[in-house]
Design a protein around this ligand. Structure first.
Ligand SMILES: [Zn+2]
Length: 75
């Protein structure tokens, strides 16, 4: 369990948060993003891997409302 970098007292617990980010003129809402939340000061640290995945989704695919990725080429 990690110690909170902000207050150095609390501990970071993994929680599923709703992440909001403006992407151009559209608001991206990623529900159930794994984040680490301090149980003392409430500092939120998003999971690096989850952020990487989210950024890859953002920059590789045009937003179409849903973020489901399917690679069905007829096979
Ligand atoms: Zn804290």
């Amino acid at each position: 369990m990690k110690t909170c970098p902000a207050c150095r007292i609390g501990r970071l617990r993994e929680r599923l948060m709703t992440y909001l980010e403006w992407h151009g003129s559209s608001l991206l809402v990623a529900s159930r993003m794994p984040a680490l939340v301090c149980d003392v000061c409430g500092e939120q640290v998003y999971d690096d891997h989850a952020m990487d995945n989210l950024q890859q989704l953002l920059w590789s695919e045009p937003l179409r409302g849903t973020s489901s990725v399917s690679n069905s080429n007829g096979r």
